[in-house]
Design a protein around this ligand. Sequence first.
Ligand code: GLA
Length: 374
Amino acid sequence: MNSNRRQFLIGGGITALASQLSIGAMAATKTGLKEVYKDRFLVGAAINAAIARNDHPDLTEIIKRDFSSITPENALKWESVRNEDGSWKWEDADAFVEFGQKHKIHSVGHCLAWHSQIPDSVFKNDKGEYISAAALSKKMEEHITTIVGRYKGKLAAWDAVNEAVGDDNQMRKSHYYNILGEEFIDKAFHLAHETDPNAHLMYNDYNNEKENKREATVELVKRLQKRGVPIHGLGIQAHIAVGGPSIEEIEKSIIAFHNLGLRVHFTELDIDVLPLVWDLPVAEISTRFDYKPERDPFKTGLSKEMNDQLSKRYEDLFKLFIKHKDKIDRVTVWGLTDDTSWLNGFPIKGRTSYPLLFNRDHQPKDAYYKILKL
Ligand code: GLA
């Protein structure tokens, strides 16, 4: 792809021209990321329900060309697979698993125990009081054995527990924790392991590339290992920004988690280019801030300066990942195209964000070509 065309693709407000030119860009890209990285680590993407249903054949082609792993953005979370009354709804989850089977792509289950996207009614009785430890254990057993059992042999890995360490770097005071204590983590891993002994089981969290959370995570994993919990991998979500955290900090986490004997996974990579409303982005999805125009500077297009910074950031990160390819199993981006990224709505609703490798016209961005060349 020549540099003129690149400028057109990133220029603001010239979408028609951009999409004409980008047809040529797609045709020029025959070798995908999957091929380039095949001897390094898996390259994954989170896919939404529409992609799994094959509603966008062009995106299906991108997945087939570029990605060797998929994670469902929502389809396997509690609120997606359970109705209010606790009965199961399998449509989106089945579509995701079938997509992976059909295209023979390594598929990751996400996630078995998480405080979010699960109704309070799971943890409370009609009077609003917490249910007992025994009752919650029973619910976890039914949930985890059913879902892991249904897809046994089809999902190679599971995020068994998501985000159990809080923003204060103490154990998060979630309903799970308040009822069962740290035991809820042991339970999730044991149940998943007993149900599908071949599944690779991970603990997954955000901000664990930063010092304090990294240390809290290392301590947590040591306790789990001491208790004989079958944990195999550590997920670094990596919802990060163009400006930080630094490559050095991220490297420290790769090494620290590897030193625990775990495989390292980058599970939800995206890079925020928008003004930060806190010193560094966190991914606690209940947090929201007010919309202000100055917080949404790229509404009509990303500036060349910012696009260059974004591409450089992707390049620097992938250089780091390649340096540690012996420790890293997988690098997954959290979404395919900028228009459907959750960062258009988080932590401020209605902004125009550019965190991914493909643009709003479903075309590869500069960042894509940068990491394709490494
Ligand atoms: C967390 C979760 C993901 C997703 C992202 C934001 O990181 O693990 O499932 O919800 O937040 O979309």
